[in-house]
Ligand binder design. Structure first.
Ligand code: XIL
Length: 379
């Protein structure tokens, strides 16, 4: 049953999709020349598939053909580029709590179900993002936690959502970003989220056990950022994973979000990957992008620096284990959240147009795309 998008849907979709389009696009130096014969190379999805790897991107349905009848954000060229390059999708926003369960009475799977149909049409897999997180979490749900109804709320939500997608997803980010972030105390240990406050540290294992009950065959992932680079957070990730495995918690993979930048020091990464492997966990790359904090406007130089940083990252990960799911947090610079108003609050106050994704604004393959091709080809 097709459901008209409500005004709220458009607000959510436009909030997620318009910001990067509205930001000033700094004129890029015209010195850009193509170094490789990109166009003669097969799409990333084809190279990946030959190695049993799924390559993909986060997407907003507002830009895809599934919403073209009513979305002002539909982009035919983008839709086609996603179908060409990707065999794995993840919803950037619409499978989070505030989209699927916006009020106590309302469950809304329509748009995510459309995205699943789109994936099927183009022979793609889909992964779920994310069941338990402190963000995209409605105020009514946070209030329920404060009132002591957290366990029942988690049980209902995971049973309903992971149950709804049972057998249809390759993996779920069961818990997202449970560790302290930058500047939070000594950056060690669990983030003080509404879930931790309400249920204590065991909320994490509870979530994994509930997800395994709801969908016994899906890969269950712990997903976080900075664990590839911040020593204290990386050590906390290892401690968390060891603790879960010691309790025989059904966790199958570590998700490296991999929001990296040109200054990232990957000192902790090898040990983290080795520990995950030792614990029997797969390693997947879930939200890759590469930020340039120097904001230099020479696009050719930025693209080469971004490609070199990605190579450094993938070299370390692939030396330990080949990730069977690799997603960037977007396919094209045109839509990157690194150029969104939200990211600007953190690290891009002037709203520079960031070139941190595999394709440029015109959907042309960049050196970063070529690095991905190289690693997939030699996997
Ligand atoms: C971000 C989306 O890209 C934004 O459009 C949205 O407004 C906020 O969330 N880590 C995550 C993702 O796990 O869910 C976040 O995605 C980026 C950081």
């Amino acid at each position: 049953m097709k459901r008209e998008l409500t005004r709220r849907d458009f607000i959510a979709l436009s909030a997620a999709t318009a910001t990067s389009a509205m930001l000033p696009k700094f004129a890029m130096a015209e010195t850009e020349t193509v170094k490789y014969d990109y166009e003669s190379l097969p799409p990333l999805r084809e190279t990946a598939a030959k190695k049993g790897i799924l390559y993909g991107s986060s997407v907003e349905p507002a830009r895809l053909e599934i919403t073209k009848a009513f979305s002002p954000y539909y982009e035919q060229d983008f839709n086609d580029a996603i179908a060409r390059e990707c065999n794995l999708l993840v919803a950037e926003s619409i499978m989070k709590w505030d989209a699927l369960h916006p009020t106590p009475e309302k469950w809304d799977f329509w748009l995510a179900d459309q995205l699943l149909e789109y994936a099927k049409k183009y022979d793609m897999k889909m992964r779920g993002h994310t069941l338990i997180w402190h963000a995209a979490f409605p105020a009514w749900a946070e209030q329920a936690l404060k009132e002591g109804r957290g366990e029942a709320l988690m049980e209902e939500y995971i049973a309903k959502v992971a149950g709804h997608y049972k057998g249809k997803l390759v993996s779920w980010d069961v818990v997202n970003e449970a560790l302290k972030g930058r500047g939070e105390g000594n950056e060690e240990g669990l983030r003080d989220t509404p879930w931790l406050k309400a249920l204590g540290p065991s909320y994490i294992e509870k979530a994994f056990r509930l997800a395994a009950q709801a969908d016994p065959d899906v890969q269950l992932v712990y997903n976080d950022y900075d664990i590839e680079q911040r020593p204290a957070k990386s050590a906390s990730a290892i401690k968390l994973l060891r603790g879960l495995k010691d309790k025989n918690v059904p966790i199958h993979a570590l998700g490296l979000q991999a929001h990296i930048d040109l200054e990232t020091n990957f000192a902790p990464l090898k040990a983290l990957c080795e520990e995950a492997k030792k614990l029997g966990l797969d390693i997947i790359i879930t939200e890759l992008d590469v930020f340039d904090p120097s904001f230099n406007t020479d696009s050719k130089k930025t693209d080469e620096l971004v490609a070199a940083k990605l190579r450094e990252f993938l070299d370390i990960v692939f030396t330990v284990a080949v990730p069977k799911q690799i997603l960037a947090w977007g396919l094209t610079d045109r839509h990157s959240w690194l150029s969104s108003a939200q990211w600007n609050v953190w690290r891009n106050p002037k709203g520079h147009h960031i070139r941190g994704l595999p394709l440029d604004d015109d959907l042309k393959r960049k050196p970063m795309w070529h690095v991905l091709h190289e690693f997939l080809e030699k996997a």
